[in-house]
Design a protein around this ligand. Structure first.
Ligand code: ATP
Ligand code: MG
Length: 410
């Protein structure tokens, strides 16, 4: 029987469950999709346990119905501005240098890199090797099988607010689904949209969602910096509520129909009709004004967050593959041109990698995180061959509940 993998992206505007079937190593076929509007989630974190649990459950059930199976374990995206990252090293002794380095040695070195002081309200949710150094000189990405005395790993460690993660876990577990691994949202999105060449050449992925924007900087094939900011597509809409004096639903519609980030690209005489607050009147405004509002917000996101942190990383001017934009709000016309001219780097808007099976819905930048989660899970369970079950084995109670779910008619 083919192995199935489930990914659940809990976003601020939508929750997306994807069920994939691994048909052969490194090939995943989507057999179930469940997308529902988010409830109880704000800026990427759970703010209402009951509502979020229900919404996550609806998303899972939709996907289960299509895939005709019961989900028992899943890879979960961890988002929100509480996510932060650092690069740390850790070393392990191999012994007398007379035996080849094995996977356990790699894990011991990674464990050592994670022995960092973490305040009581933070926890490490993700750790990946960037490169290894053998006996203080030979630098390698893959030391397996080599001989050496000491192995040092340079690792990218991502931490999160411990209570935010516990709240997320509670919502998922209340739906009788065990968490295989938390994948930070910036890592999942990058996994979906980057080629191996871009990761090697140096690239920044910017996922602009509804209430958060994430940044991940990859150099030499691995993540160097990952961050999440509390701004997103909703801010463009809210700016228009204020600027055009229009209700939120109208502002969102105008953004989707007439939005643009480059005022100069919109004809000066183009007018659009807008219904305003209070009096039921329709006023005619210049579409260019909408572009000015949206352009100003995008400039702010780039200056205050993206450019600032690319500079802080020290890779300013060294990201040869430029900027890859994704997330629902990256669909605003003029996005790539604006980012390119502001940051003086090549920029493109990216769809998630094309998968097999039910891919029509997910062929949009808004699904980059969900697709990346599925790809990450597939690689963990086929290519890496080691399944890091962080949360321990399913409890007896959840196994019994699942047994009943399988027996009872849906
Ligand atoms: N064609 C479009 N033009 C402009 N904005 C768009 C378009 N389509 C979607 N959006 C915006 O994208 C945002 C939703 O993006 P996405 O689905 O990636 O968010 P999310 O993953 O739910 O949220 P987050 O990642 O912030 O937690 C909304 O603000 C929506 O208005
Ligand atoms: Mg998102």
């Amino acid at each position: 029987m083919a192995r199935t993998i489930t990914a659940i992206d809990i976003g601020s505007s939508k929750i997306c469950t994807l069920i994939g079937e691994v048909t052969e190593p490194d090939v995943v076929r989507v057999i179930g999709i469940g997308v529902v509007p988010s409830r109880g989630v704000s800026h990427g974190v759970i703010t209402d346990l009951e509502e979020a649990t229900l919404a996550i459950g609806e998303s899972i059930q939709k996907a289960e119905r299509i895939a005709q199976m019961t989900v028992t374990r899943a890879y979960i995206s961890a988002g929100g501005p509480h996510i932060s990252s650092q690069n740390k090293s850790g070393s392990t002794s191999i012994g007398k240098g007379d035996r080849p380095i094995d996977r356990e040695d790699l894990q011991r070195a990674l464990d050592a890199a994670q022995t960092i002081p973490v305040s009581h309200n933070r926890q490490i949710i993700y750790c990946t090797a960037r490169e290894y150094t053998l006996d203080e000189e030979a630098v390698t990405k893959n030391p397996l099988g080599l001989l050496g005395y000491t192995l040092l790993v340079d690792a990218h460690v991502i931490t999160a607010n411990a209570t935010s993660i516990s709240n997320l876990a509670n919502c998922v577990r209340r739906n009788h689904v065990d968490i295989v691994e938390y994948v930070p949202q910036p890592i999942a999105s990058a996994t979906a949209v980057l080629s191996a060449e871009e990761m090697n050449d140096g690239v920044a992925v910017v996922d602009i969602g509804a209430e958060t924007t994430s940044l991940s900087i990859y150099v030499l094939g691995t993540p160097f910096d990952t961050r999440v900011y509390p701004v997103g597509g909703t801010h463009f809409t809210n700016d228009m509520v204020v600027g055009l004096h229009t209700p939120i639903a109208t502002a969102e519609e105008i953004k989707l129909r007439y939005g643009h980030l480059l005022p100069s690209a919109v004809p000066a005489d183009e007018k659009i009709d807008v219904s305003t607050f209070g009096e039921q009147v329709i006023s005619s405004i210049q579409r260019r004004f909408v572009a000015e509002i949206m352009g100003a917000r995008m400039e702010d996101i780039l200056d205050h967050f993206i450019l600032r942190d690319i500079k802080r990383s020290g890779y300013d001017g060294l990201l040869a593959a430029g900027i890859v934009l994704t997330g629902g709000a990256s669909l605003s016309p003029g996005m790539a041109e604006m980012v390119q001219s502001t940051l003086h780097l090549p920029a493109r808007v990216a769809l998630p990698r094309r998968l097999h099976g039910l891919t029509e819905t997910i062929s949009s930048p808004a699904y980059a995180t969900a697709v990346g989660l599925l790809l990450h899970g597939m690689r963990r369970e086929t290519v890496d061959r080691a399944i890091p079950v962080m949360e321990g084995n399913p409890s007896l109670l959840s196994r019994v509940i699942r047994l009943f779910r399988n027996i009872l008619p849906k």
